[in-house]
Design a protein around this ligand. Sequence first.
Ligand code: FES
Ligand SMILES: [Fe+2]
Length: 431
Amino acid sequence: MAHFAKPDVGSWTENHPELGTQPVSYEDSISPEHYEVERKAIFARTWLNVGRVEQLPRTGSYFTREIAAAGTSIVVVRGKDGEVRAFHNICRHRGNKLVWNDFPREETKGTCRQFTCKYHGWRYSTEGELTFVQQESEFFDLDKEDYGLAAVQVETWEGFVFVNLDPENRTSVQDYLGEFATGLAGYPFDKMTQVYKYRADVGSNWKLFIDAFAEFYHAPILHAKQATAEESRKLSGIGFEALAYDIEGPHGMVSSWGGMSPPKDLDMVKPIERVLHSGLFGPWDRPDIEGLDPLPPGLNPARHKAWGIDSFVLFPNFMLLIWAPGWYLTYHYWPTSYNTHIFEGALYFVPPKNATERLRQELAAVTFKEYALQDGNTLEATQTMLESRAVTEFPLNDQEILLRHLHKTARDYVAGYEKTIATPVRISAAS
Ligand code: FES
Ligand SMILES: [Fe+2]
């Protein structure tokens, strides 16, 4: 077990006095009114990761994203000039959703030369210009140049496609991600194109699932059944401690040990993991690609030889988990109401060269699913009882520093937004 490299003075949390150490309210996760403000204050204003450039491999490749929290749907498309653009997914004629297949509320993807509205057949180029109007002469002084698709700001960072729905936003995604962006630059994300994806409707506030992945305090208990019986007894006795935590503006990260890849003692893991040399930490052997040696400076900040994983909580709803054995995970949490959200988890590997490598990746993917289901189970149980308001204050320990930070950040965005509007919405017990 790794040593807990705490700061010289005080705990991790005490080194961030703005976070406080007092018990916290979860009113921000159970109040419909608070969520309504979060939609405008956070999801309509911050950079949101909507995918990767590999999802747009050629001219005309596109995908749509339903961003319920911001009350819109967008279409992201690679134009003839190779540029990635994003548009509100709405036809300029009478407002029909422009790009969808059989079900208008479902996301879609594909490749096209142009977008054609299903209602009256207006057409738009992949660069967003209105190119064709059915019976154009029937309109009154209509200049097609005035009716291009409504653009959304889009930028890529290390191949991750981000959009910002606030036309007034002036911060680049690089600046928004700050030192975490600099510290991760150069990681070979582009070589890890074998993707395994999960998606689930979860009955909890979006922040509660981030909470579940932003601390490992629960791991030896909630996930006890994942280890062998003897190992889990040992782990639950020791508890868990991370290698390091860091906070950069609205974002946070926790760096953790990697005792399972490969395990020190093969009896720690299940027979199938012993046979395949893979498990939750992914295939034990690192792929032979550039960019992993040395790692970018932002990874393994404690420079610990037992390093296993860094989990970045990129505000508001994107987590990036980079594993020592050379693969990464993404989590997204898309709110659909104050107490529901869509969770997406995706594992990214270097494409397997043979069946064994493929099976190793599949084992990592199904093991991840088991863990995520265990995490997901507690969320609905937590949400329903938080909503009882039978208890309203909850103590957080030092390992739960990122939770304190996430909820404070979200509340600060809400408070900042309220200052800018004439009649603020009052949120009780939110600060
Ligand atoms: S609404 Fe799209 S062409 Fe009429
Ligand atoms: Fe977990």
